[in-house]
Design a protein around this ligand. Sequence first.
Ligand SMILES: O=C(O)CCC(=O)C(=O)O
Length: 260
Amino acid sequence: MTISITRAQQDQWQQTGYLKLTGFLTPDETRNLRDWVEEISEWPASDDQWMHHFEQTPAGIRLARTEYLLDFHSGIRTLLTSGKIPEYAGSLMGEPAVLYKEKINYKYPGGGGYAPHQDAPAYEFIHNHITCSIAIDAATPENGCLFFAPDLHRQGLLHLDEHGCIEPEFALTLNWEPVPMQPGDALFFSSYAPHKSPPNKTEQPRRTLYLTYNALAEGDRREEYYADKRRSLAEIGQTSAEKLQISKIGHFKGKPVERS
Ligand SMILES: O=C(O)CCC(=O)C(=O)O
């Protein structure tokens, strides 16, 4: 399949730093993906294979995120490493792209939101990268869809706080726009595009797949990234009494799991 991005799509991408493509996956692909995500969410916790992260919700301990899926699910591997997703990512980047990281954010009812941030500070090994998010469930402002502050992705890193997120006072001055999605929609965004999301205030999950690609010219750095991430999460610890750390930046506002 040859990917063609229209002039209007290119312009929107250049201007705002993000681009939503409705109906990106076919209904069959969307159904398969939802089934695969359900399978993955049943996998037991593992120390050295996939990476599950849990949070405390009003309904109990729930998965917040699973990362590092490729070696453990052939359907996911094929979808993420061949065909239209990497091709679109490469087209928007202007050069061939390779997968850097993959994650599912589940955002179950009561699941935490994300503070205003740019992804770039968390992705240390690469410079030229973009993320494709794919909605598994409909995403709305009520259940925690992404909000973007457009037109700021060419300004490098904005004012950051001690957690690597956008300074809260500065974030308040930005113009945030919700980007609701339907299952199977894709949303590509620059890793310098400021974004945030609220908690899920509904009774249904808001599951989303996030795939980050870097320019192949910078090399295939995924294993290096995950080895470093495992090391640093082990060092800093994933939880303290008040903060749940699921990334190298402290953007996640979910509650640490209460241990009895
Ligand atoms: O899933 C969300 O609500 C936000 C995710 C996000 O921004 C991230 O994982 O960096």
